[in-house]
Design a protein around this ligand. Structure first.
Ligand SMILES: [Zn+2]
Length: 298
């Protein structure tokens, strides 16, 4: 799953994006892998130029457009993907190019896949297991990706020696205090799903409502906001969840589908059956999630 890049992110995927912005003359700084204010501004400039939604986030749409315009999507080859042939090829390239400037790229193909070998500055701490010690030119291998395969790259190099593995990135978002409060009285299985979902989500979201009083339900019925007095909210078997985008709650339907995918995946991982109101054919309800009545009678 593609990480949606935005302000505050770090990593080689950010660096790739910055390199692209630089090549488009939108960013005037080094590609340092830190998604900072300048990168945010350049991203927005790109989105304005391409008539995309201007949110400073680099997701499928923004990246897809960049790709159409010639951006290459590369990811570092993982150690467990290295074959002897790839290692031999890397050594050959390093012998031929070790005096070239860092950043020199040498494309090659092997067994039907396209790779790029990049000469990079490698550093192995003196006394450590990895040789040679100190700073030296090394080869890092990248493979071209189809968009569906895109994923954050791991920092490993091509010599079959993994660098210290960066810690798994914690979830980007956590439930706000208000969201947690609104989960009070909600069935613990549903709470588990919501909690799991936020830890996996690359979109922030808020809990709008959980447990509902009968008075409020009557009020909503009067307002036409609901069609029933028999809501699953009354028994704590439902929650309403909305994506939180650009500092505000989104009612924009396209924002609900990716969120729904994440919540369904979280429910699967928690082995809790859930029903999404967005799947209802009559009166679809994008924010609404409930536990099925047959498994969870009120
Ligand atoms: Zn609801």
């Amino acid at each position: 799953m593609l990480r949606v890049l935005r302000d505050g992110h770090r990593g080689s995927d950010v660096q790739r994006w910055q390199e692209y912005l630089i090549s488009e003359d939108l960013l005037a700084k080094a590609a340092d892998g830190v998604f900072d204010e300048a990168t945010d501004r350049a991203t927005r400039a790109f989105q304005v130029q391409e008539k995309l939604v201007v949110d400073g986030r680099v997701g499928e749409k923004t990246l897809g457009r960049a790709r159409e315009r010639g951006m290459r999507l590369l990811r570092r080859v993982r150690d467990d993907e290295l074959t002897q042939a790839m290692i031999e090829e890397s050594k050959k390239i390093l012998r031929a190019h070790h005096q070239d400037p860092f950043g020199t790229e040498v494309p090659f193909s092997l067994a039907g896949a396209d790779y790029v070998a990049r000469i990079e500055r490698h550093y192995h701490p003196p006394g450590g297991a990895r040789r040679p010690w100190g700073e030296h030119p090394g080869v890092s291998l990248f493979v071209f990706l189809k968009p569906a395969q895109a994923e954050p790259v791991a920092d490993e190099d091509a010599e079959g020696e993994p660098l210290a593995t960066p810690p798994a990135e914690p979830g980007l978002f956590r439930l706000s205090e208000r969201s947690r409060e609104r989960l009070r009285g909600v069935h613990p299985d549903l709470v588990r799903v919501v909690t799991r979902a936020i830890s996996m989500s690359d979109v922030d979201f808020v809990v709008l409502e959980g447990l509902r009083t009968l008075e409020r339900q009557k009020q909503l019925l009067k307002q036409g906001a609901t069609r029933t007095l028999n809501s699953r909210h009354l028994s704590g078997h439902a929650v309403d969840i909305a994506p939180f985008i650009d500092e505000t709650i989104s009612w924009h339907w396209p924002h609900y589908h990716p969120l729904a995918t994440t919540i369904k995946r979280a429910a699967q991982l928690e082995a809790v059956p859930v029903i999404w109101g967005g799947d209802w054919s009559s009166f679809p309800d994008g924010p609404h999630w409930e536990l099925p009545r047959d498994k969870y009678p009120a």
